[in-house]
Design a protein around this ligand. Structure first.
Ligand code: DA2
Length: 256
């Protein structure tokens, strides 16, 4: 049984030069990061996803964080215009992959900026973080594109955090796991549970009751398990040194 296609992009040799904005830079062990990426790909495959590699963009240290380059909604791929200009050359490789997956392609245009890490889709509601990477023009363009698929966009102001999904993601039943101090929770449209581990608010529903989580959030994994879900745990600490998390390393395209 295949759930769909999971796009990933292998880390390049320059990974350790990736951007760091809200945390202190520490050394990244690239060889270890490659092993962790291999295990991450295996976890996706083990959960029933067909893993497809996006062409490398090795001149861009952050290219492994492929989530930031596209928002997939049903049969539509919205190519982003990343808020960090040095990440924009990552987009053409993603465009090739989503075209090959048969998706309709539109894009965020200047002056809009939008990173996929700011976009949290839950049912027909799409929460979009407004912060350092995503601006109002980007949010307005995304809202217009996703309206064609019956989605409603809710902007969420962020505080001192890279992306919306650095601070909140959702379990398969729509319950939000969040670090409430990092965003304006009053605008969120789903029930919220505060977590006490930074990586605890990063989950990726993989289908059925499976929930991809980082090994750095053991207490939250126990919580998630107690709620009746099955955590699929991966160690991604080399990516966490670059403000990455489990969501950023893939783009899931159901049924593709
Ligand atoms: C949800 N998150 C956090 C993401 N989708 N992306 C992380 C990108 C990290 C990269 N060093 C950067 O600063 O762009």
């Amino acid at each position: 049984m295949t759930r769909g296609t999971a796009l990933v992009r292998r880390p390049g040799d320059r990974l350790a030069e990736g951007l760091v904005t809200h945390i202190e830079r520490t050394d990244v062990d690239v060889a270890r990061a490659r092993r962790q990426h291999e295990a991450y790909r295996a976890a996706l495959a083990g959960a029933g996803w067909r893993v497809r590699e996006v062409d490398p963009a090795d001149q861009c240290p952050d290219a492994v964080f492929v989530e930031d380059t596209v928002v997939v909604c049903d049969d539509l791929a919205v190519l982003t215009r990343p808020g960090a200009p040095e990440r924009r050359p990552e987009v053409p490789g993603t465009e090739k992959a989503v075209r090959e997956a048969g998706l309709e392609v539109v894009r965020i245009e200047a002056p809009g900026t939008l990173d996929g890490g700011d976009v949290l889709q839950i049912g027909t509601t799409v929460h979009v973080g407004r912060g350092g990477r995503t601006n109002d023009a980007g949010i307005a363009q995304l809202a217009a594109h996703l309206a064609t698929r019956g989605r409603t966009v809710v902007p969420v102001p962020l505080r001192d955090v890279l992306h919306l999904k650095s601070a909140v993601t959702a379990l398969p039943d729509g319950t939000l796991l969040a670090l409430p101090d990092l965003l304006d929770t009053t605008v969120l449209r789903q029930p919220l549970r505060a977590v006490d581990e930074e990586a605890g608010c990063h989950v990726v529903p993989l289908g059925d009751d499976l929930v991809l989580m980082a090994a750095s959030a053991p207490r939250t994994a126990a919580l998630v398990s107690g709620l009746g879900f099955t955590p699929v745990v991966v160690d991604i600490d080399e990516y966490e040194k670059l403000e990455g998390c489990v969501t950023c390393l893939s783009v899931l395209i159901p049924h593709a």
